[in-house]
Design a protein around this ligand. Sequence first.
Ligand code: ADP
Length: 180
Amino acid sequence: MTGIPTRRIAVYPGSFDPFHNGHLDIVQRCLPIFDEVVVAVLFNEEKRPLFSVDERVAMVRHLLAESFPGAPCRVESFSGLLVDFMARLGARTVVRGLRAVSDFEFEFQMALMNRRLNPNVETVFMMPKEDFSYLSSRLVKEVYGLGGDLTGLVPPSVLALLAERLHPEGHPENRPGHNA
Ligand code: ADP
């Protein structure tokens, strides 16, 4: 059939500031379904991210290589319209994670706007494992900043980066005198 690309490329866009196990879970679910998964890190310096776009790209590259060695997935950054970035890649499918009903309204608007901007683009929603359904990058930063334990929710390499950035003097849990 004409106009249907032979390779099914999924683009999973987001801020990923930082990447956590909910994000990793979605990539894992995409791998058996698509020929290639492109994690697309949004260049959004005006949102004052904790990690620069280059740091986030390096963080996700390292994680994907470690978690899915040899798998057809890669990491790119993009700015501007998602549909333009997808056209450059020859991709037609956007993947987004849906955690709860509260995500739905915004995601529904985005999906329909993207379809309006390019009718060939379809958005697919994926539900993460229940254990990650309450997890967000915002909460990760907030909880870790206050000294909470995020083991099992955030990959160890990301925890190390968070420690460097948020607790250069050492995580509160490991400081002498911490009794929580
Ligand atoms: P954005 O700024 O685009 O929302 P995020 O990095 O917060 O970027 O999220 C990127 C994508 O990952 C979105 O589709 C979001 O719904 C999804 N996502 C975020 N947290 C989770 C999670 N805990 N489990 C599964 N998907 C998630």
